[in-house]
Ligand binder design. Structure first.
Ligand code: BGC
Length: 750
């Protein structure tokens, strides 16, 4: 393969090579017929195939609209994501699509980001693992993926120009980590470089991101493709590692590449390397193409229902109002019951093969066992209500034994290109909920939205289901959960704050002019709320079930290990309720004593497990070096601090039920340079500095004529903050400058 490609490249003219580095049109690469190089097609993504004939978003072929990433992530189910990926891969094959533009793995820095529905989580481990499974699924069908948007594309506001200023440790531990595992493990065929800048340079021409980290450090061998229209300086981008520019622009930028090579500004080798990567993917796509492929539309619709069912999150169930019984009179209020909100706006918007309607599915389940009343409640587009809607809704509420209100966000709130202005539901939705509550206290709210919302009525309603944007199977999935035909088993992949201003990015979003500073650093999502000990509406990792799980015990296979050893953690969980269910068991790691700032705890492993009533299962987790490490900028590498770590087992990030301690030995010493400005505190417990510290203390005592009084202890506390250089004056020359130089030579000896 690679010999064949090298030979082809040797036969290509400079112009032909340059031509391959940009698209033919919006969705195709260029062909070179003379050399038998075909063109391949790529389309959005990410939760289904959006194959269109041009830029017209409305003209797309029907395809299965699976739950959006925000929804699917709440399943925490790797196998399920792989299954969805494989199904989408099959649909790509059937449509002649070689690369799906997804998954999206940008971290949910603020719940306002209009594209949060296309992203998985606020946590990089969860996001990256789910993305890896999704990619494996798509690519198992001989279809490539494009993990996007690399990197730090966490807001839509000024997305084409904004410069995300992120410190290196935060970039590595949060924003890049969401890509890293998926890229290393699942090897997507392509990576999409984002529109924005990171630390002063556009992602499409950011050598640090595209070449140093992605290609050299992570070993990515595929193609780096630009987000659509993201290239500023084509030649600079090519040099930085951007292989393919999309969409095509009639060859304007190809000419610039040719000129740059001719003038000696750009080495032809750089161009050859990009061409080689592109050709590898093109031929791989062609070899894997399955002509005349068809897929089972009905089976994919059923899969969409299953995934939605496994992803929706039961947030509240007071007085066990749920599951509902098919009896008496059931009031269904809210236009989303008839016209559900199940996907967001922008390039991911699909034309579904079918749509399952909640009200129809409720009527199917209820049959003639109960009476169902309906009122629309609000305008579907604007979300506003009026006196007629209100009086109809109150009438229904009055006559019903229980009321289910469908509420959420109209499409204009969850859309590419726009961020939300606030976390509120449309006024009309909140008004309807409050008005209905005046007539009936048995109220369940079903929410359809792409990201966290505020819930001012939370204490007054008895039940809440978070559906997110659940794809074309939304209706059957929510109906089955409401009536207990299925048992809820999703948990939140993001924190729901009580109010917008609680969000850690609040003071530094959307930034000033074209610059946004990520000043909250590592403290994104639960990492922040935990550290600040803040109340939240619903924590990361939270979700209820109709059964009950007891966590029996935790066991580790060793209490002491070195950083290269694997730690095995075993947790026994029992389903102590009366029905079968699935539980998502979460392992967090925490280090209390540390020389660097650390979140209270971080998610390092998770598993979803199915348990029959009364069944007990022991679940095994493995933790490797990365579970204990932080990114140490001084050595530009992951570093494990020696010491005690807590292994925490949680039902959610705020419900830790078991824990165990382990001691991890570090195999690496961080280089340390001691200077005249090193303070005594830094010598006190330092293996190298300890003796010198003791010597200094003795000399200070002598110079100050210390007894052992409290006052002397206070002076000592004060002196701990003192730099070596000041000791000369403090001891009135008893400690000389020469002595300090001598100590420094000793301390800095290798
Ligand atoms: C979006 C990408 C998408 C591309 C092609 C861009 O505007 O940011 O996510 O894949 O368009 O539609």
């Amino acid at each position: 393969m690679s010999d064949k490609i090298k030979e082809l490249i040797s036969k290509m003219t400079l112009e032909e090579k340059a031509s391959l580095c940009s698209g033919f049109d919006a969705w195709h690469t260029k062909a070179i017929e003379r050399l038998g190089i075909p063109s391949i097609m790529m389309t959005d993504g990410p939760h289904g195939v959006r194959k269109s004939n041009g830029f017209n978003l409305n003209e797309t072929v029907p395809s299965t609209c699976f739950p959006t990433a925000a929804c699917m992530a709440s399943s925490w189910d790797r196998n399920l994501l792989q299954e969805v990926g494989a199904a989408i891969g099959k649909e790509c094959q059937a449509e002649g699509v070689s690369i799906l533009l997804g998954p999206g793995v940008n971290i949910k820095r603020t719940p306002l980001c209009g594209r949060n529905f296309e992203y998985y989580s606020e946590d990089p481990l969860l996001s990256s693992e789910l993305a890896a499974s999704f990619i494996k699924g798509v690519q198992s069908q001989g279809v490539g993926t494009s993990i996007k948007h690399f990197a730090a594309n966490n807001q839509e506001y000024r997305r084409l120009v904004v410069d995300a200023r992120v410190d290196e440790r935060t970039l590595r531990e949060i924003y890049l980590a969401s890509f890293e595992k998926a890229i290393k493990e699942a090897k997507p065929w392509t990576v999409m470089a984002a529109y924005n800048k990171v630390n002063g340079e556009y992602c499409t021409q950011n050598e640090y991101l595209l070449t140093k980290i992605l290609k050299e450090e992570w070993g990515f061998e595929g193609v780096v493709v630009s987000d659509w229209g993201a290239v500023d300086d084509r030649v600079k981008a090519l040099e930085a590692g951007l292989d393919l520019q999309m969409p095509g622009n009639g060859g304007i930028d190809d000419k610039k590449i040719v000129e740059a090579v001719k003038s000696g500004k750009l080495s032809e080798e750089v161009l050859d390397r990009a061409v080689e990567r592109i050709l590898k993917i093109v031929f791989k796509a062609v070899e894997n193409k399955k002509e005349g492929f068809t897929y089972d539309k009905e089976a994919h619709h059923e899969l969409a229902i299953k995934v939605a069912r496994e992803s929706m999150v039961l947030l509240k169930n007071e007085d066990n109002i749920l599951p509902l019984k098919a009896q008496g009179t059931i009031g269904i209020i809210g236009g989303f019951a008839k016209q559900p909100q199940y996907q967001g706006g922008g390039s991911s918007h699909l034309n579904p093969t079918k749509l399952s309607i909640p009200l129809d599915e409720i009527l199917n389940i209820v049959g003639d066992k109960a009476k169902v009343l309906y009122a629309q409640g609000y305008d579907l587009q604007t979300g506003e209500t009026n006196v007629n809607y209100i009086s109809e809704a109150k009438e229904v509420a009055k006559k019903s034994d229980v009321v289910v209100i469908f509420a959420g966000l109209p499409e204009s709130f969850d859309s590419e290109g726009l961020d939300r202005q606030h976390l509120k539901l449309p006024d009309g939705h909140n008004i309807i909920i409050n008005e209905v509550l005046k007539e009936n206290s048995n109220v369940v709210v079903v929410l359809m939205n792409g990201s966290a919302v505020e819930m001012p009525w939370i204490d007054k309603v008895k039940g809440i289901f978070e559906c997110y944007l659940a794809g074309q199977g939304v209706g059957k999935a929510i109906a089955e959960l409401l009536f207990g035909i299925a048992n809820p088993c999703g948990k939140l992949a993001e924190t729901f704050p009580i109010k917008l201003s609680d969000n850690p990015a609040h003071l530094n979003y959307p930034g000033e002019k074209d610059r946004v500073e990520y000043r909250e650093g590592l403290f994104v999502g639960y990492r922040y709320y935990d550290k600040k000990e803040m109340d939240v509406l619903f924590p990361f990792g939270y979700g209820l079930s109709y059964t009950k799980f007891d966590y029996l015990d935790i066991r580790v296979d060793k209490k002491e290990l070195d950083e290269n050893q694997i730690l095995k953690v075993f947790v026994r969980v029992k389903n102590s309720g009366k029905i079968a269910g699935k539980e998502i068991v979460q392992i967090y790691v925490s280090k209390k004593e540390s020389n660097v700032m650390r979140p209270e705890k971080e998610l390092k492993a998770f598993k979803k497990v199915y348990l029959e009533p009364g069944e007990v299962k022991e679940i095994e987790f493995t933790l490797d070096k990365r579970a204990f490490a932080y990114y140490e900028v001084d050595v530009q590498d992951w570093y494990v601090e020696e010491g005690e770590y807590n292994i925490l087992v949680g039902k959610s990030s705020r419900d830790i039920v078991l824990s165990e301690k382990v001691y991890v030995k570090s195999l690496r010493k961080l280089p340390k340079t001691y200077t005249r400005n090193t303070i005594l505190y830094d010598l006190k417990d330092d293996p190298k500095g300890k003796e010198i510290y003791n010597e200094i203390v003795e000399m200070i005592k002598k110079s100050f004529n210390f007894s052992s009084s409290n006052a002397d202890d206070t002076i000592m506390m004060f002196l701990l903050q003192t730099p070596l250089r000041s000791l000369v004056s403090f001891t009135r020359g008893l400690i000389s400058g020469e002595k300090i130089e001598m100590w420094l030579r000793e301390l800095n000896k290798q």
